[in-house]
Design a protein around this ligand. Structure first.
Ligand code: G3P
Ligand code: CA
Length: 239
């Protein structure tokens, strides 16, 4: 089994995160799954955006939830990263999914949005089988489960166990966090426990480490969620 690559906000080291150029770069670098974040405007339009405010990743200011879709569509989400990306828009969720559905799977992280509206888009585009969702919000998890029970749910291992939240959310995928501090939960014991429970496995890490990459391969992890798409793709294809 070759470990899949989930591209964290696209190839965000190469292009402005959560934009079409970042997702194009992610696939060009060998990515399989596009990870992105969903928020919505005051008038209920869904967008691909990580932060609660537009300040860091656009030329605007303020919470996206307080803005209209007309205001968000007018934002520049690329110039902050590099002048050559100037005028890159904030993607609308429906246009983004439609544009990439024939070439990628989707890891949908719901930050805060109307999950019925997300589910309507998924079902209209007939892409439920190539999507999985996750959220740091318990309410968003439960809303997605109700609105789209045909979409796989992922939970973070550190916030769940097979006996508790995994059951509650009907999750079939768990994500481990591989890092150098106390938050690390990517251990062989944990991975084997997840696999024994029949769960698919994913690791999130911002490290470029041959030792980590080898563990991911040797422990049979299904997917790496990373900023370093080309580095892991080079590792897995060199084996
Ligand atoms: O699975 C969580 C990981 O994708 C991190 O997401 O939105 O905190 O960068 P975020
Ligand atoms: Ca995310």
């Amino acid at each position: 089994m070759m470990t899949q690559i989930a591209c964290h906000r696209g190839a965000r080291l190469s292009a402005p995160e959560n934009t079409f150029p970042a997702f194009e770069a992610a696939l060009a670098q060998g990515g399989d799954v596009l990870e992105f974040d969903v928020r919505q405007t005051r008038d209920g339009v869904l967008y691909v955006m990580h932060d609660e405010t537009v300040d860091r990743t656009t030329n605007g200011t303020g919470p996206i939830a307080d803005m209209t879709s007309k205001e968000v569509d007018a934002l520049d989400a690329g110039a902050w990263f590099d002048a050559r990306f100037a005028t890159t828009p904030v993607p609308r969720l429906d246009a983004f999914l439609d544009a990439f559905k024939s070439r990628a799977a989707f890891y949908i992280e719901v930050k805060w949005a109307d999950c019925d509206a997300i589910a309507q888009i998924i079902h209209r585009l007939d892409i439920a089988a190539q999507c999985y969702t996750c959220s740091f919000s318990e309410q968003m998890h439960l809303d997605m489960l109700r609105a789209a029970p045909d979409v796989a749910q992922m939970v973070h291992w550190r916030r769940a166990t097979p006996e508790t939240l995994i059951d509650k959310f009907d999750a079939t995928i768990v994500e481990f966090y591989a890092c150098d501090d106390a938050k690390n939960d990517f251990t062989l014991e944990n991975v084997r426990a997840a696999q024994a429970a029949g769960l698919a496995t994913q690791v999130y890490s911002d490290a470029v480490s041959p030792a980590l990459f080898a563990q991911i391969r040797d422990w049979g992890v299904g997917c790496l969620n990373t900023d370093h798409v080309s580095a892991f793709h080079a590792f897995r294809t060199s084996q």
